[in-house]
Design a protein around this ligand. Structure first.
Ligand SMILES: CN(C)C(=N)NCCC[C@H](N)C(=O)O
Length: 263
């Protein structure tokens, strides 16, 4: 697996980020930046290289770079974020992925899609249909990804911001979720619930390693019991803005395109 990820450092207005399903609590921008740096350092320590997307400092939520794109194989589908404040965030991501040789597609108006609603595993792409992503955008995504063999499935989402606020997948494909915010766990053949909300978000670093929040120690212990190695990071300031570990990067694991330039 190629270990390369896009990240975007938090801007000066990060504390003004959107909150939808949480009570707003004060965010310390300096601590948020240090925690983001800790996340990036953890990726580097695990052998990942990172590329910083140019800042979008007028957009408080720009650090949640995952929401700006869906990358599958050599295609990058640039999102059209559901929140108007976030729409300008996509330009920098597009510029970076175009430079890397990805084939660029777009979610077109009036439809909207946030990358945080998209969970991929082994050829299946589940897309949460909640407050940010529309059914028409799921159809557009299917049009772009079906030629690559992906099966794109819309799933209900009412209780949280994004699909990946509720569920993510372990390296073996087991989907893990925090039951109180999962609308319909029967969507997944292999589903397991975890005991803590921040525990349902993992970033797969390799076949036996996951990155997760340090705010879920009981879930961490469970993952370790099943033989996974866990890298835990404190991203508390970003969690106050409904962020999680997945939102802070776009992992570029797919097959390189014909014009791929590893830089
Ligand atoms: C999987 N998740 C949760 C994400 N990919 N993104 C989180 C975005 C949070 C931001 N304050 C917002 O409201 O847009």
């Amino acid at each position: 697996m190629r270990k390369l990820a896009l990240v975007r450092r938090p801007g000066p207005r990060v504390a003004e980020g959107l909150v939808t399903h949480l009570e707003r609590s004060p965010v310390d921008p300096d601590l948020a930046l240090r925690q983001w740096q800790g996340y990036v350092d953890a990726l580097h320590a695990e052998g990942w290289r990172t590329i910083e997307v140019p800042p979008a400092d007028d957009c408080p939520d720009a650090v949640f770079v995952e929401d700006t794109v869906v990358v599958y194989g050599d295609v990058a589908v640039i999102s059209r974020p559901g929140a108007d404040e976030r729409k300008p965030e996509t330009a920098g991501t597009e510029q970076e992925l175009r430079g890397l040789g990805y084939r660029i597609e777009h979610i077109e108006a009036p439809e909207t899609l946030d990358g945080g609603d998209v969970l991929k595993h082994d050829g299946t792409v589940w897309v949460g249909l909640g407050g940010r992503t529309t059914p028409g955008a799921v159809d557009q995504l299917r049009t772009h990804l079906a030629p690559l063999g992906a099966v794109v499935v819309g799933v209900p989402l009412a209780k949280v911001l994004h699909l990946k606020s509720a569920v993510t997948a372990l390296p073996d494909g087991t989907v893990i979720g925090w039951d109180p915010v999962v609308d319909d766990a029967s969507v997944w053949e292999r589903y397991e619930s975890v005991p803590e909300e921040p525990g349902c978000h993992v970033v797969v670093l390799d076949e036996s390693t996951v990155l997760m929040s340090s705010a879920a120690p009981r879930t961490r212990a469970r993952f370790e019991e099943r033989g996974l190695r866990v890298v835990a990071v404190d991203i508390g300031e970003l969690e106050k803005l409904e962020g999680c570990v997945t939102c802070l990067s776009v992992r570029l694991r797919g097959a390189p395109g014909p014009t791929w330039d590893p830089r």
